[in-house]
Design a protein around this ligand. Structure first.
Ligand code: SF4
Length: 270
């Protein structure tokens, strides 16, 4: 599908506007405080290896991580990001806690992600030493050595794992062909970042990820991955599908306690 066709096909399903720039915010969040967002992805459509049923940006055709660099030519260059970040930091009127790779899809799909991490880290060190570097990633590139090497240079990788089984993974995250649940789990187990955080959106709804069966399987995987922390949250914006149910704070707190007990890992509900 060419890019223009994709925009036309999917923009009608969008539920939140896409990020219009390479840099956005600072965004205030309970998890990251004041965070300046970096969008390494196209500015007029979502580019992701998942097509999550709850995605705030609506639906997309999921892209195989191995085919991205050959197919897409409308991503920002290393120089675009460098210029935009320097300009954003120069005009900031407040201190920021984080500079966060996130944006309109999966940041590690950018073919020059490792080079961009180098540049961003250098700029952070020189002009925003107090800010930590984070990423919100869907974990689909965790088996790529060059991506892992770049992730190791960040202070806080927040990696997605929403499901405890391949069946539910496919149902919730709807990955591109070739994206393998077991390989993602293996990659996360091997990823020895000292500040690894696993993040998951937990939602109610028929046979989704708040069921006892899923929580038990998911807790088992978490006990193998051994992150320093697990962060769970529910929907705070309209999902792509209306039949997915937002959990209450009490329900999330109960799930956090239960999964923490089962996995031995601290779980925080947001
Ligand atoms: S990983 Fe994130 S950007 Fe990609 S489809 Fe899921 S929620 Fe949307």
């Amino acid at each position: 599908m060419n890019n223009h066709r994709k925009i036309e096909d999917f923009k009608k399903h969008r539920v939140l506007p896409l990020q219009k720039g390479y840099i956005y915010g600072p965004v205030k969040s309970r998890r990251l405080g004041s965070s300046l967002g970096l969008n390494l992805l196209p500015r007029n459509y979502k580019l992701c290896s998942f097509n999550c049923i709850y995605c705030q940006y609506g639906l997309n055709a999921p892209q195989n991580p191995d085919l991205i660099s050959a197919t897409f030519d409308d991503l920002p260059t290393v120089s675009d990001i460098k210029k935009a970040l320097l300009a954003a930091l120069a005009s900031l009127k407040e201190k920021i806690d984080y500079i966060t790779f996130s944006g309109n899809g999966e940041p590690t799909l950018h073919a020059n992600f490792p080079a961009i991490v180098e540049v961003v880290k250098d700029i952070r060190d020189r002009y925003a030493g107090r800010a930590r570097l984070a990423i919100l990633s869907n974990s689909t590139t965790i088996n790529k050595p060059e991506v892992v090497k770049a992730l190791m240079k960040l202070d806080t990788p927040l990696m997605k794992l929403d499901a405890g089984s391949e069946k539910l993974f496919k149902k919730i995250n709807r990955p591109a062909g070739g994206v393998d649940f077991n390989k993602i789990v293996e990659g996360l187990i091997e990823f020895k970042h000292p500040n690894l955080i696993i993040q998951a959106l937990i939602m109610g709804g028929p046979d989704l990820n708040a069921t006892d069966d899923n929580l038990e399987k998911w807790a088992y995987l978490l006990s193998k991955i051994k992150p320093i922390e697990v962060q769970i949250y529910s929907l705070d914006r309209p999902p792509a599908r209306p039949d997915i149910i937002k959990l209450s704070s009490k329900e999330l707190d109960d799930i956090a306690s239960r999964v923490s007990e089962l996995s031995g890992i601290p779980v925080k509900a947001f």
